[in-house]
Design a protein around this ligand. Sequence first.
Ligand SMILES: [Cu+2]
Length: 73
Amino acid sequence: MSDTTHRFTVEGMTCGHCVAAVREELEQLPGVTSVQVELESGAVVLDSTEPLTTEALAGAVDEAGYRLVEVSS
Ligand SMILES: [Cu+2]
């Protein structure tokens, strides 16, 4: 079974702590196997064993204190 890849952009991160906070929240979503967060662009690439809704992704980002601004497929 191949993973589902989600790509989206997070706004408001300013340092490595922000990146860690976002990654930590996203890793708690069901089936997540990998989270890559790029600080400068805000680009996130997340792999999961099942599809996740934009609402679920945005909720996790919000928990961390940041904002999901764009989802690209
Ligand atoms: Cu920070």
